[in-house]
Ligand binder design. Sequence first.
Ligand code: PXP
Length: 250
Amino acid sequence: MSKSENRLRLGVNIDHVATVRNARGGVTPDPVRAALLAQSAGADGITAHLREDRRHIRDADIERLMAALSIPLNFEMAATEEMHAIALRHAPHAVCIVPEKREERTTEGGLEVVKDAKRLTAFIAPLRDAGCRVSLFVAADAAQIDAAAEVGAEVVELHTGAYCDFHEAGQIGERDAELERLRAMSTHAHGLGLEVHAGHGLTFDSVPPIAAFPEVRELNIGHFLMGEAIFTGLPAAIAQMRSVMDTARR
Ligand code: PXP
């Protein structure tokens, strides 16, 4: 593998800059300003999740991100007709389809690809025709990954939330078992010709083993980086994450 093929991309999720903005209903802090700062600090892409309830990112943020960014936008969304129309209107570089429940605090599980295969096939085709790279956010589960390849996704993003929760709780046995599932499933997905991404809950402490999986090409990280930015600033937080990822990759 060449050096550039081995380089792991870092996608910075800016949703929680919008969470803080919306807490006061005003215009600051501006998530687009954070995205531009992340871009100049070395992010390889920006991720933003337009939720049905618009609790953080709003429609106007997506419009402004599309106009302002020179790095790719990964538009995260649920598989609804409303989001389909918005994605087709903007045709971002990538669309990541995630499950969404109104009452959840964050994206809790992976997408149900097996059960929803027929609908997802019809949902994905126009997005690909519009030039978007379609990714499905899935648990480390072979059946869901097989189905992702069948419905026409080009990418799977493996949900690292369970691994990170076990890591934080000090449940080492469970953490290592989930890590092994993630490792096996990144190999499995790569073997099917899917590009493998990973994300959710990653921190400086939990990222190294995931960054070391050779098949993983991109990590998407948000909440922890925005929390760190309060203490060290966003460029320093991104630089440290980049360095931890690169060290793990070597
Ligand atoms: N990837 C996906 C598909 C997500 O839904 C999220 C959370 O919005 C992330 C990555 C980033 O997770 P976190 O904010 O916990 O780093």
